[in-house]
Design a protein around this ligand. Structure first.
Ligand SMILES: [Fe+2]
Ligand SMILES: [Fe+2]
Length: 162
C-alpha cells in the first residue's frame, strides 16, 4: 500500500503537472494566434508532455493501491506581452516544478518509501532536462534579440530533443 502522506503529495503533483499542461496549451494558443507557428508547435508538444507526466503519476498512485484524484485546474494566463517574457515564465515554472519534485524526494526519504523514491528519480532527471531546454531557448532568444523572432520561430522545433 502507498504511504498516505506520499499519496497526498503525489495528488498535489498531479494538479501541478495538469496545470503545466494547460499553461503551455494557453501559451501555444497565444503564439498560434499571433502567427508564431514554430513556437506554438513547441508549446503544444510541451503541453502534451506535461499531460503524460500527469498520467504517469495517476497510473503509479492507482497501481500502488492509492486513489489518484483528478482536480479542477486554475485558469492559466492567456495573454503574454511578448515571446521572451513568456519563455521566462516557462523557465520559472519549470524551476517551481523541480522544487516540488524535490519535496517529494524529501518526503519519500523521511517516510522511508524507497519504492516511490526510486520511481520519482525519472522526474528528477526529467526536470534537469526541462530546465536546460527552457534555459537554452532563452539563450537563443537573447542571442537573436526580439527583432529576429522570425528566425527563432522557424528554428525552435529543431531545439526539441537536443
Ligand atoms: Fe512535468
Ligand atoms: Fe515540465
Amino acid at each position: 500500500m502507498l504511504n498516505k502522506k506520499v499519496e497526498e503529495i503525489l495528488n498535489v503533483q498531479i494538479e501541478k503537472e495538469g496545470y503545466s499542461s494547460n499553461l503551455y496549451l494557453a501559451m501555444a494558443s497565444w503564439a498560434e494566434a499571433k502567427g508564431y507557428e514554430g513556437i506554438a508547435g513547441w508549446l503544444y508538444a510541451q503541453a502534451e508532455e506535461e499531460r503524460e507526466h500527469m498520467l504517469k503519476i495517476i497510473a503509479y498512485v492507482n497501481e500502488r493501491g492509492g486513489h489518484a484524484l483528478i482536480p479542477g485546474f486554475e485558469k492559466p494566463p492567456v495573454d503574454y506581452k511578448s515571446v521572451k517574457p513568456m519563455f521566462e515564465e516557462v523557465l520559472k515554472h519549470e524551476q517551481y516544478v523541480s522544487a516540488s519534485i524535490n519535496e517529494i524526494v524529501a518526503l519519500c526519504e523521511t517516510e522511508k518509501d524507497y519504492a516511490t523514491l526510486n520511481w520519482i528519480q525519472w522526474f528528477v532527471a526529467e526536470q534537469i532536462e526541462e530546465e536546460a531546454s527552457a534555459g537554452s531557448i532563452l539563450d537563443k532568444l537573447n542571442l537573436l534579440g526580439e527583432g529576429r523572432l522570425y528566425i527563432f520561430d522557424r528554428d525552435i522545433m529543431k531545439m526539441r530533443g537536443e
